[in-house]
Design a protein around this ligand. Structure first.
Ligand code: NDP
Length: 303
């Protein structure tokens, strides 16, 4: 059986392990900043996903879940270098700079480095105290200082990425954006115009957030769910496993989450089957006929 896993083999934990699909700590897990209590359910969920075999944790300044990640690292007992932790700086949230957020995250994680650090979105208002140029330059510096291993972005269109490549030019090719984490599922196959092809052409790993949106966010009776039913039987897989497999076969690495351990376990069990071209094409076609965007709707006109 061929697997689509190799496309992200360049991304390894510090100890050299290929990263798994990501376990997310945003969306349903986001903690209100006013809530000072650490979310023990999330700590336990992260520990349980690590025990299942996930080695890739996704968090962000704006999720307010750094402390849960730190507590889970301690509780799991896993060696830091066997994990891949992604974090993100959110423009316009406060006067804090990316460097401030990286330093705070390192303290909250209780670690000396972050594997991947992203700029959460490209929408820097004129009154932001930090500009896109400053933010990217700070990420480059953090990589030089060894505080982060890789740098990248999230929700960026090609026009925004072009700006970063221009800044990166004077620093060398190891300081270019390595990852773009975007919303991706059959109902949103390009968050912005031709973004997946642009990233693939520029050697940028595309990560999918909300890969299960057709199941979890769009009504129960949508045509894709109907189409997936016989495939579930054919492959002995659930609809969510088929959607994650579809994502991998698009050379895109999914970030998913669930409060149910059985669902997280299923999510890792997607390497022993392969959708054929006709099935992928049909999922594409149904998806294109039913567009749906869960995030950044207000930016539709920009993206
Ligand atoms: P998913 O598409 O994986 O959706 C997860 C949701 O789907 C959960 O609420 C879960 O509910 C439900 N679910 C899981 N399995 C199934 C199933 N088999 N059938 C039906 N529903 C199911 O991803 P999210 O949208 O939650 O995003 C994942 C992560 O991506 C976030 O936590 C965050 O880390 C990141 N993210 C990044 C963004 C960015 O701007 N960079 C934006 C959004 C997310 P249940 O608990 O009931 O199983």
């Amino acid at each position: 059986m061929t697997t689509a896993k190799l496309f992200y083999d360049a991304f390894k934990t510090k100890s050299g392990k290929t990263i798994t699909i990501g376990t997310g700590t945003g969306t349903k897990w986001k903690r209100n900043p006013a809530d000072k209590q650490i979310n023990q359910e999330l700590v336990d969920q992260i520990v349980s996903t690590i025990n299942l075999g996930f080695n890739h944790i996704d968090t962000a300044q704006v999720y307010n879940t750094h402390e849960e990640v730190g507590a889970a690292l301690k509780k799991s007992g896993i060696a830091r270098e066997d994990l891949w932790i992604t974090d993100k700086y959110c423009p316009g949230r406060s006067d804090e700079t990316p460097t401030d957020i990286i330093d705070l995250a390192l303290e909250q994680f209780g670690t000396s480095y972050i594997d991947l650090f992203l700029i959460h979105h490209p929408f820097f208002d004129e009154d932001n105290s930090v500009t896109l140029e400053q933010a990217w330059t700070e990420l480059i510096q953090a990589k030089k200082d060894g505080k982060v291993r890789e740098i990248g972005v999230s929700n960026f269109a090609s026009v925004h990425l072009e700006k970063l490549f221009a800044i990166s030019e004077k620093y060398g090719k190891e300081y270019v954006p390595r990852v773009n984490q975007i919303e991706f599922h059959p109902f949103l196959q390009n968050q912005s115009k031709d973004i997946v092809k642009y990233c693939h052409d520029h050697n940028i790993l595309v990560e999918a957030y909300s890969p299960l949106a057709p199941l979890s966010r769009v009504g129960n009776n949508n045509p894709l769910i109907q189409y997936l039913k016989p495939l579930e039987e054919k492959y002995g897989k659930t609809a969510s496993q088929i959607l994650l497999r579809y994502t991998l076969q698009k050379q895109i690495l999914p970030i998913t989450t669930s409060s149910q351990q059985s669902r997280m376990k299923q999510s890792l069990n997607i390497y022993d089957f392969e959708l054929n071209d006709a099935e992928i094409n049909e999922i594409d076609t149904i998806g294109q006929a039913n567009p749906y965007r869960a995030f950044f709707k207000q930016y539709d006109h920009v993206l």
